[in-house]
Ligand binder design. Structure first.
Ligand SMILES: Cc1ncc(COP(=O)(O)O)c(C=O)c1O
Length: 406
């Protein structure tokens, strides 16, 4: 496996940077209440996004939802959401379908392929249900053969693993850019090139990568990239996006069709229609506009005021700081590969079940989570976290370990 082109990990925090981080934390109240290390599940909301959401909802209450301005406002909101997501992914906004979450995007992409019994799909035991269950559905519905791998585990070379199971019958490879189970950042470009060499598509689960690590979808070479708004992008629940490159609109068909799935005026009552010349053809339903407006507000704040490069560097720096700090503790096993990681650190503490550790740390106002396979704890380092919080986390774990051994 080639070393992944990763975000440069920075050095010590400068005083300018401290000021910036303090301002960010003032904007995200949840980060002041807790040492908040679970953006991999749900990121903290910025105040301005909450305000954008409640302003939108208030206007609907006061003006009604069918006032003359409502429809243009909704159209504007959808268009800005697609532009904002395209900005994060470095693609054309026409290649973005708005979704409610990653799982929806994975279903749209996978169900859109033309499956036949005996076709093969490659995935991994480390995948999240959001990508794995649609694969199971392919087996149930179409008799597709699942080729399971252990891509994403620390001691497996993902490229070799994929090479081993690919065949001329492989139609899709379903993998996460960053594993929710181990924190491993996969070499997506290499994997996508390999999938393409047998004519398969790389359908990528981006729930943990989008907003955590550089996600230029053209560079990654993926054929679908399904994102969550509520995690590293710090938007509300019920928001997300699916990137499908223009070159794949013929391979990934519409499975669901909604209002934006037919070009205006281009259908007849015999059922003929022309889809629009953009990825909104894949959208299953209109998003709650107040929520989408809040996501766009978060993305503008991060992109225009904080800077994505800075955010990615900060997340990777803290991830590495956390990894190194945990590695100093005797009795801690790390599941994350140090040379292929960004903002997730997975570890287990000898003698302490992960769910118990989560509870004990919560009592100290420190939020982490446990993950099922491998059974572990997971720390997600957000751009708003600090080295001091990580020190506090590690000190608390040390303390819990010492009480355990009494
Ligand atoms: C890798 C991965 N995929 C999918 C999901 C599901 O995300 P969503 O709720 O946005 O569908 C998660 C959530 O934790 C995840 O970590």
């Amino acid at each position: 496996m080639e070393p992944e082109a990763q975000t440069q990990v920075g050095t010590a925090t400068s005083s300018d940077e401290r000021g910036k981080i303090a301002a960010i934390r003032a904007e995200m109240p949840a980060t002041q209440k807790y040492a908040y290390f679970n953006t991999g599940t749900n990121g903290p909301l910025p105040r301005r996004s909450h305000e954008a959401m409640s302003d939108y909802a208030r206007r609907e209450l006061e003006d009604g939802r069918i006032s003359p301005e409502s429809f243009p406002r909704l159209m504007g909101c959808l268009a800005s959401g697609r532009v904002a997501m395209a900005g994060v992914l470095g693609c054309d906004p026409a290649e973005i379908a708005l979704t409610h979450n990653t799982t929806e995007g994975m279903n749209i992409a996978l169900m859109g392929l033309d499956w036949h019994p005996g076709d093969e799909v490659v995935t991994a035991t480390t995948e999240h249900a959001g990508g794995l269950y649609p694969v199971y559905l392919l087996r149930q519905r179409y008799g597709v053969k699942i080729r399971m791998t252990e891509i994403g585990l620390k001691d497996r070379d993902p490229v070799e693993e994929l090479h081993r199971v690919l065949s001329p019958r492989t139609k899709a490879v379903v993998l996460s850019h960053v594993s929710w189970a181990t924190g491993m950042a996969l070499p997506m470009r290499e994997l996508a090139d390999l999938a393409h060499s047998v004519g398969a598509l790389l359908i990528c689960d981006a729930a943990q990568s989008c907003g955590m690590t550089p996600s230029n979808v053209y560079t990654l070479g993926v054929d679908a990239y399904a994102c969550s708004g509520q995690k590293w992008l710090c938007g509300p629940d019920g928001t997300g996006a699916l990137f499908v490159p223009r070159r794949r609109w013929g391979d990934i068909q519409q499975t669901f069709i909604a209002y934006w799935g037919v070009q205006h005026g281009m259908s007849d009552f015999e059922g003929h229609y022309v889809p629009p010349a953009n990825a909104s053809r894949y959208e299953t339903a209109t998003l709650y506009p107040a929520g989408l407006h809040a996501l766009t507000t978060s993305l503008r704040w991060i992109g225009e005021e904080l800077g994505w490069e800075w955010v990615y560097r900060r997340i990777a720096t803290l991830g590495r700081y956390c990894y190194d700090a945990l590695a100093t503790l005797d009795g801690v096993t790390l599941f994350t590969p140090a040379d292929h990681m960004a903002g997730l650190v997975h570890f287990a503490v000898e003698g302490i079940p992960p769910a118990d550790l989560v509870k004990k740390l919560l009592a100290e106002n420190i939020i982490i989570r446990d993950t099922p396979s491998p059974v572990a704890n997971r720390v997600a380092t957000g751009f708003y976290n600090t080295e001091e919080e990580i020190d506090r986390l590690v000190a608390a774990i040390r303390q819990i370990m010492s009480q355990q051994s009494i």
